[in-house]
Write a new protein. Structure first.
Length: 345
């Protein structure tokens, strides 16, 4: 009876957890952004018909970046943060205009937030219902001529409360909008990217093993339409173990692309390897390669992570319940044998 009681309690707890998660998701989906942002173009803007800031600047001059933030709700007061962000490159090969946790790229002479001298690059505003407010960043160009392109955005995010902790169920929505900002100086042309393969390491994601190849663009140059051909070899071999092709990638100035290279869903055996990556963009071709080693301890850790990630939490719950049920059946079987033995004697 005790086993049956505990099984009932576990089933009830699982049902409560699942229903709570569904309720939280519905509530989150009912909430809207309730705001919009409009660029206000000023000095240096190349063309006012575009939907982003495109500034052509001169050394030592100042240029305003102004955005109008409008509360679309007629009943809600909104709190928002306005940030000046440096562009980065996503793992999927797309220029990213949203905040990241990555450290600023040290190869960049200047990032967009650096041009907002002596100003807070993150500002908090509060808008009454159906009102708007302008936020301005004053950009100051360096005294020396600016080389290349500075890319980033004005990023506006609605504050919707504290993020959910690990012990909380549901979804925490982040309502945000970004306006790209491109800054160049007149007469700057002819720069080309300089790429290097700075590292290769194994990774598990969604129950699948792959490699992460860090491709660094150390020049202030935005480029795209990149076609990638990647091949993995055993060290000293000319026969590819795995190959992968990708098209239409792009990279932000002074940024790193963490290129995801598939290894058949399995972790690599311990040993020495060589990864070759060819990137082609228009008339530019980049041939990169890097040797690396998979240690036995690394392969073991990767395999353990694969086992854990391939099985979702509910599978573990089912397995636990199955073990409990098997234990209960064994216990009942033993008791039945004891009872039969007792009656025989």
């Amino acid at each position: 009876m005790k086993i049956k009681k505990w099984l009932s309690i576990v089933v009830v707890l699982i049902a409560v957890a699942l229903s709570s998660g569904m309720v939280s998701q519905v509530k989150a989906a009912d909430t809207g952004a309730d705001f919009t942002i409009i660029p206000q173009f000023g000095a240096g803007q190349v063309a006012d018909q575009v939907s982003y800031y495109s500034l052509k600047t001169k050394p030592g001059q100042q240029y305003p970046l102004t955005v109008t933030v409008k509360n679309l709700s007629s009943t809600k007061k909104l709190a928002l943060t306005v940030s000046l962000i440096a562009a980065t490159t996503t793992d999927q090969g797309v220029v990213n205009y949203t905040p990241t946790t990555a450290a600023p790229d040290k190869s960049a002479p200047f990032l967009l937030p650096d041009l907002a001298q002596d100003q807070a690059t993150v500002k908090t505003i509060t808008l009454a219902p159906a009102t708007s407010q302008q936020v301005t960043y004053q950009l100051t160009m360096p005294a020396q001529p600016l080389v290349g392109t500075i890319l980033g955005s004005i990023y506006v995010q609605r504050k919707t409360g504290a993020p959910a902790t690990k012990n909380q169920l549901g979804i925490h929505n982040q309502f945000a909008m970004a306006l790209p900002v491109m800054v160049v100086e007149a007469g700057q042309a002819g720069l080309t990217p300089k790429l290097s393969l700075t590292g290769v390491k194994p990774k598990t994601s969604g129950g699948v093993a792959d490699l992460v190849a860090s491709i660094h663009n150390r020049m202030p140059v935005l480029f795209g339409q990149i076609n990638i051909t990647a091949r993995l070899y055993h060290a000293g071999s000319t026969k590819a173990l795995f190959q992968q092709d990708n098209q239409n990638y792009e990279m932000a100035p002074n940024s790193t692309l963490n290129y995801q290279f598939a290894t058949g869903g399995k972790s690599l055996a311990p040993g020495d390897y060589r990864l070759k990556i060819k990137l082609v963009s228009g008339a530019s071709t980049f041939d990169l390669q890097r040797d690396f080693t998979i240690a036995r301890t690394t392969a073991k850790t990767t395999n353990q992570q694969l086992i854990q990630k391939r099985l979702p939490w509910w599978v573990w719950v089912v397995l636990a319940l199955a073990l409990v049920a098997v234990g209960a059946l064994i216990f009942i079987g033993i008791r039945l044998r004891e009872i039969k033995s007792h009656f025989k004697h």
